[in-house]
Design a protein around this ligand. Structure first.
Ligand code: NAP
Length: 279
């Protein structure tokens, strides 16, 4: 019998996950279908109960339910618990287990550019939900340093204090980060700045950028933010948010099916959905 996979969110109509994941389910001959469900906050417990009763294979959770779902699950993986957000749920013999694949998704995408982090100084810009997943996962990998810059410094401090892994991270203002930018080998932009429709904005000055640095932006709409455009013009290597999106989905797929899917095909599919661009 065909198995059910799902994504719960609000809004959910824009999600690119169903096309991306149904395509690889079909390619790998897996008898399952991935469906989007619009779920209001007050309906989340009933939705989870219903999915469990239907014997769902697993599901993704997106904004605004990533934190609210935690007490509704049977178990939550340690990293997801410390991040305080779940984006992937697996039905393991009737038990719903929560994971967070956002941070590892980002890290896997980074592997195309960087093999080890132990000698790298990393700057994370932003201190919201995505930054939290990336920062904790980065800290677990023990880079030489991983600092956080945010508009609201108190939130960067909070993130550093909440991190379960040993770090000597510094919290910086956006201006300080711009001034000290030359120190960093990897710069990861995770704030909302530059996202459609405010595409002309950039979170920090890149005047002091070292052109040997890798500059990442987890935004993928637009594919090249103003921040990435400036970094590219200064000669740095750049990476947009497509890889993180594709790899977080691929890692979820692997948890549900035991198969690591064809990420190039997934990337191509996402690019097509974003405007007809071919890899
Ligand atoms: P969030 O939790 O709401 O955090 C937003 C962050 O943006 C905070 O650090 C916030 O700073 C900062 N910010 C917002 N408006 C700002 C402004 N006007 N000036 C300076 N900083 C500002 O959001 P999130 O869930 O982390 O998502 C952040 C971005 O990541 C979004 O663009 C989202 O699309 C993208 N994302 C991509 C992926 C992927 O797979 N590629 C996955 C998840 C998220 P304050 O703390 O000062 O408010």
């Amino acid at each position: 019998m065909e198995k059910l996979l799902a994504v719960l969110g609000n809004p959910i109509g824009h999600s690119m996950s169903p096309i991306m994941l149904n395509d690889v389910l079909e390619m790998h001959n897996i008898d399952a279908h991935y469906l989007p469900f619009h779920v209001e906050n007050q309906d989340l417990p009933a939705a989870i109960h219903g999915l469990k009763a239907l014997g769902v294979l697993g599901f993704n959770v997106t904004i605004p339910h990533k934190t609210a779902i935690i007490p509704l699950l049977d178990e939550v993986d340690e990293l997801a618990l410390s991040i305080g957000a779940v984006n992937t749920v697996v039905n393991e013999n009737g038990k719903l287990i929560g994971y967070n694949t956002d941070g590892y998704g980002f890290l896997k995408g980074l592997n195309a550019y960087i093999t080890t982090l132990s000698d790298k100084k990393v700057l994370v810009i932003g201190a919201g939900g995505a930054a939290r997943a990336i920062y904790f996962t980065m800290a677990k990998m023990k880079p030489q340093a991983v600092d956080i810059a945010n508009r609201t410094i108190a939130k960067a401090v909070e993130l550093i204090e909440a991190c379960p892994f040993d770090t000597s991270s510094k919290a910086l203002s956006l201006v300080e980060a711009g001034e000290q930018l030359a120190e960093y080998d990897v710069i990861i932009q995770t704030s909302m700045i530059g996202m459609h429709p405010k595409i002309a904005e950039s979170p920090i000055s890149l005047k002091n950028l070292n052109n040997q640095s890798l500059v990442c932006d987890i935004i993928y709409n637009p594919l090249e933010t103003q921040f990435l455009k400036e970094a590219r013009q200064q000669g740095a290597t750049i990476q947009n948010g497509i890889d993180m999106f594709v790899y977080q989905g691929a890692l979820a797929f692997e948890k549900w099916t035991g198969i690591f899917p064809d990420v190039n095909r997934m990337r191509e599919n996402v690019l097509l959905q974003l405007g007809g661009v071919k890899c």
